[in-house]
Ligand binder design. Structure first.
Ligand SMILES: Nc1nc2c(ncn2[C@@H]2O[C@H](COP(=O)(O)OP(=O)(O)OP(=O)(O)O)[C@@H](O)[C@H]2O)c(=O)[nH]1
Ligand SMILES: [Mg+2]
Length: 330
């Protein structure tokens, strides 16, 4: 990616990856084009964005003409971000969702138990993160719904079954299936600069069932035959080993900060429900989450936090820090 991309560009890019209709795509692409710095290094990206915009315009008109509602299967976004549980059959995806959330997907010793994506909310300190369990991916089956979900997620947890000699082969099948599409995994989420259609989702490698006796040997083989540079979190989804570290790592990977709001008439902020915005985000981002009119009407705000004196008055472009308290004045 070229240097000097603005916060607005990065925000629009993240939203573009999550877009599920041509109209949503179009809105994001237009912001990206507007925000793209113009110099030699961005010529290609500039041309590519224009191409994508004209394609999205056509698709959006076609969709309108057909009166079609896009996106058959939709799970509403909730919480500070979305992490997807993916992997081969029996890797323990459903068990992990059960262990980290209150959702109750079916867990069974035979493959292909899960047929449809299922969400659950994972608590971390005072925020919630949406986790989604998915059907297994193999060389023969890769559901387009799962593919779309991976693309729009902030993080993918790639589970590996250390309870079976087939675990490594199954992992390789998942990677191959992904590689054959325009949805890939990487150390950080981004769009491919050469081809904006190719989207990378940040991933963790999650070898599961480390409670089993042969797990350590299989893990060594995995590192030898299938080296991956994603951060690794070894767990036992069933017995709990590694789960608290994983929970924290999932939250940290979202790269968000928590903001508490306070009414001018109240002494204390509302500590029950923080808003979360991406790190580097501003007061305007919080205002937008509360109400879309707030962005335009915001006059100033007072901030209590780590980087300012208590109650300092700031403008909408103020970059917020984790656990800042803000009092918006309209
Ligand atoms: N020993 C051990 N067994 C586990 C662990 N996690 C899951 N299992 C078992 O592995 C089997 C498969 O678990 P599931 O959670 O259903 O696996 P899945 O990835 O959702 O499987 P599909 O839905 O078929 O893709 C079940 O018998 C679980 O009890 C673990 O940490 N340790
Ligand atoms: Mg399952």
């Amino acid at each position: 990616m070229p240097a000097n991309l603005t916060q607005q560009y990065l925000k629009a890019e993240a939203e573009y990856r999550r877009a599920s209709t041509p109209e949503e795509e179009l809105q994001c692409l237009e912001v990206m084009l507007r925000e793209l710095p113009k110099h030699k290094g961005t010529d290609k990206l500039h041309a590519e964005l224009k191409q994508k915009i004209s394609k999205a315009k056509k698709e959006s008109q076609q969709a309108k003409a057909k009166g079609k509602r896009a996106g058959g299967f939709r799970i509403p976004r909730q919480g500070a971000g979305r992490a997807l549980l993916i992997g081969g059959p029996n890797a323990g995806k459903s068990q992990l969702l059960r262990s980290l959330t209150r959702a109750t997907p079916e867990v069974a010793p035979y493959p292909f138990t899960t047929r449809e994506p299922l969400p659950g909310m994972m608590p971390w300190e005072d925020v919630m993160v949406q986790l989604i369990d998915t059907p297994p991916i193999t060389a023969d089956v890769f559901d387009p719904v799962t593919q779309g979900l991976i693309r729009g997620a902030e993080l993918a947890l790639l589970l590996v079954d250390l309870g079976s000699d087939d675990g490594i082969d199954q992992l390789q099948q998942v990677l191959d299936a992904l590689h054959a599409t325009k949805t890939r995994l990487a150390k950080a989420s981004c769009l491919d600069e050469e081809d904006l259609g190719v989207s990378y989702t940040q991933a963790f490698l999650v070898p599961n069932k480390i409670d089993l006796p042969e797990a350590a040997e299989r893990l060594e083989l995995l590192h030898e035959f299938c080296p991956l540079d994603f951060p690794q979190h070894r767990i036992s989804a069933q017995h709990g080993a590694g789960l608290e570290d994983l929970r924290e790592a999932i939250y940290q990977a979202l790269d968000v900060v928590r903001i508490y709001t306070k009414l001018p008439t109240h002494k204390e902020p509302d500590y029950n429900r923080p808003f979360t915005i991406r790190r580097g985000g501003t007061l305007w981002d919080v205002a937008e989450l509360i109400h879309k009119d707030f962005v335009q009407n915001l006059k100033h705000a007072r901030v209590w936090g780590s980087a300012v004196h208590d109650g300092t008055t700031v403008k909408g472009d103020y970059v917020l820090h984790d656990k800042d308290v803000v009092e918006l004045h309209l």
